[in-house]
Ligand binder design. Structure first.
Ligand code: GLU
Length: 494
């Protein structure tokens, strides 16, 4: 049987990272089993579902490369099919028309709560307390409709909902691939509504019908849905359908162990794109949030697709750890093809420089990229490390650079300028050689020569070794930066 998984987001907001991880696990499980990964947009809540949220979900999934194998299924378009299944269950006797109004249900609950409160009051006997509790209990217990065994409808043409007849006197068991076997007593579930009084399907019905009709074999979702599964299983059974396998994945928690919320940082998947993370890093990081394979930390999607399994999903909630995400991102930046990396970097360079960079600077940055690409764990950090390309920071020297460009150091800089100006080949190895022989000819240590030239070229901004920096800046720019500082030393008032 072909493995079919699905991601079934409700389009009521962004694609948060918990959802992205669910999508990823479903995608990988399908890949691992040469199956299909489907997308279902659960847009039955018309008031809260928006096209904007659908677009955000599709955008996030496509950024992560988690493309579904078929066009998305829109749950809202399947209402007629859901109603048909509800009616079929009425016909088979597994469901029934219920005429109890929401007001009656509310009144029942309120009565139960009032009696329970009365049972706590002072000054009543233990017997009275017990009696009140016993009276409150059925009113507060999961609802069993008086119509479940075929009571006559009230007169007139009253509205009704369709409810499933909850199983009685048994237990409902989920054989979960992650959580193991969990059972609850059937008395814990109510005669749940399948079709509301306005004829719209509930989530419980829609999800079961759709998973069945889409041929879903594995339902992999957040463990916040585990309790729903106990209510969905009786629907499958009533329809005479086999159950899919279930895998409920523990939630992602914040670094403080609390359930993930906005205060733990940006939670929308694409917000991480906006912060300069690579999609492959996001996938690798999300994958390890709750799944492991030996002690391997970093996976590509292809690698993960070869080894992903549901058994290796952790039972304990995972904790979001931005420092770790940064490490993973730094890894993928280093691995990234340089032409692609350059393309990703250009908007960040423009932002850092507060201007479009000229083609010559872009070309030089591209040449430097293979050496420089380990200098940032996010794209903006990496872009920042190129700052010395477009600014020598000449007007804003830090203290160290100012010191390096004073006294004897300046004389040495002037001397060095003359030597390197004539370097035949402006390449880092030749320049390195030039610097070394300059030191030995003048009996200077590199510590006496390096700081002034570095200060002149970068104004104290962080930069790698001098020779490559000189090569990247080019002969004209290198000499111009040195000349600027020599001239300023001669005319300090300039
Ligand atoms: N639409 C549900 C949600 O976004 C998921 C339903 C499911 O995976 O079964 O939470």
């Amino acid at each position: 049987m072909t493995t079919i998984t699905r991601f079934a987001p409700s389009p009521t907001g962004m694609l948060h990272i918990g959802g992205a991880r669910t999508a990823l696990f479903n995608y990988l499980y399908a890949q691992r089993n040469q199956g299909k990964f489907l997308l279902r947009i659960e847009d039955t809540d018309k008031a809260r579902s928006t096209q904007e949220a659908v677009d955000a979900i599709l955008d996030g999934m496509s950024w992560l490369g988690l493309e579904a194998d078929d066009a998305p299924v829109y749950q809202g378009e399947r209402a007629a099919r859901h109603a048909e299944c509800a009616e079929a269950l009425v016909a088979s006797g597994a469901a029934f028309r219920c005429y109890v109004t929401p007001e009656e249900l509310q009144a029942r609950r309120e009565e139960g709560e009032a009696i329970r409160a009365a049972a706590k009051a002072d000054g009543i006997s233990e017997d009275e307390r017990q009696a009140l509790r016993a009276k409150a209990e059925p009113l507060l217990a999961p609802f069993r409709s008086p119509y479940r065994d075929g009571g006559n409808p009230p007169p007139g043409n009253p509205a009704y909902s369709i409810r499933l007849k909850a199983p009685e006197g048994t237990s409902i068991t989920v054989h979960d691939e992650v959580q193991g076997e969990i059972s609850i007593a059937s008395s814990e579930i109510d005669d749940l509504i399948l079709l509301r009084r306005d004829g719209t399907p509930t989530y419980m019905l829609a999800v079961v019908v759709d998973d069945h009709d889409m041929g879903v074999t594995h339902v992999i979702r957040g463990d916040d849905h585990l309790r729903n599964t106990f209510r969905q299983i009786p629907i499958y059974k009533a329809m005479g359908w086999g159950l899919p396998a279930f895998a409920h994945v523990p939630m992602i928690h914040g670094d403080d162990g609390a359930k993930l919320s906005k205060r733990h940082g940006a939670l929308s998947t694409t917000a991480y794109r906006e912060m300069g993370y690579l999609p492959e890093a996001m996938n690798a990081y999300l994958l390890r949030l709750g799944w492991s394979h030996g002690d391997q930390e970093i996976f590509t999607l292809e690698e993960a697709a070869n080894v992903f399994s549901l058994e290796a999903i952790n039972k304990a909630p995972a904790r979001l750890d931005i420092a770790k995400l940064n490490d993973v991102n730094a890894h993928f930046i280093r691995q990234c093809n340089e032409d692609r990396l350059m393309e990703l970097l250009i908007p960040w360079l423009t932002e850092a420089a507060e201007d479009e960079l000229d083609n010559d600077t872009i070309r030089r940055i591209r040449i430097a990229l293979p050496t420089m690409k380990d200098r940032g764990s996010t794209l903006p950090e990496l872009a920042e490390s190129f700052r010395f390309f477009w600014t020598s920071n000449a007007d804003n020297l830090n203290k160290k650079a100012r010191k390096a460009l004073s006294g004897d150091s300046l004389d040495r800089l002037a001397l060095l300028r003359q030597t390197i100006a004539n370097t035949a080949e402006w390449r880092d190895t030749a320049l390195q050689h030039e610097l070394e022989s300059f030191c030995s000819v003048h009996d200077l240590s590199f510590g006496q020569v390096g700081p002034p030239i570095r200060a002149a070229l970068t104004g104290g901004l962080p930069a790698p070794d001098l020779a490559p920096v000189m090569e990247w800046l080019g002969r004209d720019e290198t000499l111009a930066r040195i000349d600027f500082h020599l001239a300023r030393a001669e005319n300090p008032s300039d």
